[in-house]
Design a protein around this ligand. Structure first.
Ligand code: ATP
Ligand code: MG
Length: 405
């Protein structure tokens, strides 16, 4: 069909009172960003809907881009035509024929704001309904929960027809809740945490701790590739690499093995918080899931969280592994995450990390290190890159990567 516009419905946005303008503006901005390859599309945001005027752009391709955008409840491709009864009937029949499958029912729902038009809304329902009924053999009318709802709107300037409603991604527009730093490893959980944070409107920047030569370049590229998988929801993501080798070596040299893990995590959290402050973020997001490993017991979280008062959002904290895996599969990060490249925590993992570290003991051992010096050194060597949709890192040549370090 030759659709002329896409109508976008907001869902939860509409209930947001005074913030509504902010949400709608952010959504328009995000839509515009993800449609940058379609310069002809014009965006018109109203109080309850946004209209995308296609001006010749392909509706299928545009709708593909809309599907992952948070803050969209649903959308419908629409045809704008001249207000002629014959043309309205003919177009409605064509639209239904294009999607009808045997057994499907339909209903026509009309609205008329042009009171001078020869049909009122009841006439329109009857006329268009009967045209469809007589042109699609076997189709039945159903008033409640029809399979196809043909919407006819007769306005001053033209008539608008649509008969498909496609479910959007839901949630809130990314950015409308502020910015947060996602601690992104190469595992299954943190990309899922990032996805869920974005779903509630958080603009994420990825922070990745990298310990060459203990961890391979591939594990670094893999983390970036995981960030790429999160870009369809936003267009691009800042990927911040923190050199972590020296800190890990210092911890290993000065701290009893049972406390390596807790103290390593405290450094990660401190550094992420420092980066957050510099980049005006409001929260930290990680992929911790309660009880999954030693660092994720309640005792460990208390001892690790001791280094900051910044909110740490843990979107998957109460999820079972199987539930996290389900989301990872849905967002296509699972297959990448299970590729076996060492990440820094496996190399420095002590045989028996404390599952109930005591905060005062942790602080006592940590006093052996020049915490501030180690942190400022790492902060002075951050690598900040922008990853974008369709970027490819895992097949990059080694030389290109060496140039960066
Ligand atoms: P994931 O599957 O996300 O790696 P995990 O179950 O392997 O999680 P841990 O390795 O204990 O759990 O890490 C817990 C969280 O700490 C991760 O979800 C992530 O948010 C953060 N984290 C761990 N390692 C790194 C790293 N190298 N860089 C950035 N963040 C990390
Ligand atoms: Mg991990």
């Amino acid at each position: 069909m030759n659709y002329t516009e896409i109508m976008v419905r907001y869902g939860e946005l509409s209930t947001k009172g005074k913030n509504r303008r902010i949400f709608i503006n952010q959504l328009s901005y995000n839509i515009k960003n993800s449609l940058h390859e379609f310069p002809n599309v014009k965006i018109r945001a109203d109080r309850d809907r946004t209209h995308l005027i296609l001006n010749g752009s392909d509706s299928e391709q545009v709708m593909q881009r809309l599907a992952p955008i948070f803050g969209i409840q649903s959308f419908s491709p629409v045809i704008r035509i001249e207000k002629s009864p014959e043309l309205i009937k003919k177009t409605a029949v064509e639209m239904v024929k294009a999607i009808w499958l045997p057994g499907m029912t339909f209903k026509v729902q009309s609205r008329r704001s042009d009171k001078n038009f020869e049909w009122d809304s009841n006439d329109a329902n009857r006329e268009v309904g009967s045209a469809i009924y007589h042109s699609v053999p076997g189709i039945e009318v159903k008033m409640i929960q029809p399979d196809i709802r043909v919407e006819v709107e007769i306005r001053q300037e033209a008539a608008y027809l649509s008969c498909e409603t496609i479910q959007g991604a839901g949630g809130l527009p990314v950015g409308s809740s502020g910015r947060g730093m996602l601690m992104l490893s190469g595992g299954i959980d943190s990309p899922v945490a990032g996805y869920l944070a974005m779903k509630r409107g958080i603009e994420i920047e990825a922070v990745h701790f990298y310990s060459p030569p203990y961890t391979s370049e591939q594990s670094w590229q893999k983390a970036k590739e995981l960030a790429v998988k999160l870009t369809p929801y936003v267009g691009s993501i800042q990927f911040i690499t923190v050199p972590f080798t020296v800190i890990q070596e210092e911890i290993k040299r000065c701290i009893p093995a049972g406390y390596w893990m807790t103290i390593t995590r405290r450094f990660m959290l401190r550094l992420t918080d420092r980066i957050r402050e510099e980049r005006e973020g409001l929260a930290i997001i990680n992929g911790e899931s309660l009880g999954q490993v030693a660092s994720q017991t309640m005792h460990s979280m208390l001892a690790i969280n001791d280094v900051t008062t910044t909110p740490v959002i843990r979107p998957v904290i109460t999820m079972d592994k199987s539930e996290i895996v389900e989301v990872a599969q849905k967002i296509d990060t699972f297959n990448l995450a299970i590729q076996p490249f060492e990440d820094c925590c496996t190399v420095f993992a002590p045989p028996e990390p404390k599952t109930k570290p005591k905060v005062d003991k942790v602080q006592h051992y940590e006093a052996r290190l020049d915490v501030e010096g180690l942190i400022s050194d790492a902060m002075s060597q951050l690598i900040i890159e922008e990853v974008k949709i369709n970027d490819n890192y895992l097949n990059q040549s080694t030389e290109e990567m060496e140039d960066l370090f």
